[in-house]
Design a protein around this ligand. Sequence first.
Ligand code: ATP
Length: 367
Amino acid sequence: MARVSVESLRKEYDVGTVVAVDDLDLEIEDGEFVTVVGPSGCGKTTTLRMLAGLERPTSGRIRIGETDVTDVHAKNRDVAMVFQNYALYPHKTVFENMAFGLRMSTDLSADEREARVVETAEMMDIEELLEDKPDELSGGQKQRVALGRAIVREPDLFLFDEPLSNLDAKLRTSMRAEIQRIQDELGITAVYVTHDQHEAMTMGDRIVILNDGTLQQQGKPTDVYENPVNEFVAGFVGSPSMNFLDVAVDATGGRLQLSDPAGGFQFELSAGYAERNDVSLEADRYTLGIRPENVSVTDAGSKNAITATIDVVEPVGSDSYLHLDVDDEFIARVDAGVDLSPGDRVSLTFDEADVHLFDHDTGRDVF
Ligand code: ATP
């Protein structure tokens, strides 16, 4: 078990023309499961590879447990990495693949090694496959072997690089649960990279969101979901994405009024809202954010309502997503039982407690 500490980590490629990771600070607690997520090219894999020792930081320090490992070679770090493409040795059996890492890293006897491999294979439910070669296995079985090979070493730190991307949706769901169960059982600190925000939100004790090589926000998934620090995070976390509308803010008359500059709607916040929420508004343009699940269909003519036409009704099980003609796109999640069709005019509203307001220029959360 180990605590991981990353300080001012930076990685440049191509003589500084590409900054893959920029001034990253992270503290990962002993036994914590941290997911790292962000769009393609945001620096997730580079961060993970620096933790593994496969990539040398341009500057900054990495500590695992009590040791500063920044200059320690990958093979001398007590870290096990699981890759998307499994990275199994094709000519070795499952047993040999699993035992190989042990031979490299410990001074166990052959009998002890065998016992550890068999015990881990049982834990991963792959004991029947020990004599098979990787090309005889399905994708799911290969990934179980790759996991088993990581687990058998009993490392200080697990690193996962999109390990489930090549599996079908059903298998992915069951493997997610299994990885969490094993990590929890063994209590090994884990860093799990994914581009899938749903995976990151459901698996992580803590989620770390990167964009353009920089840390955007980290925290418990529910906290990040409810209190995104900027428009990027707000739009990245949650599916379908948060709706965004350009608004002008008018504070005359003691109440804050958010209105569409094109005159489409007005939303008046309750008296004292700005004071209660410690809001100070200096600009005149903001971006209003509201999640699809917080939008409801209301009676025509209601106060604080937006009138819109339904473009598409997308049924998703017990709910339907209404795609509406507000700005570029605006989605409302409603009960699937609601009788609405494309072309219908509807009034939409939301609660002020669910409204986010972002600075139009910087994207920073205002409330
Ligand atoms: P993806 O989800 O697409 O794998 P990522 O978030 O893991 O992306 P990285 O692979 O860490 O992102 O890449 C971050 C940036 O660094 C990208 O702009 C990428 O093009 C660049 N980069 C990564 N590796 C190298 C390399 N070996 N040489 C040059 N540039 C690189």
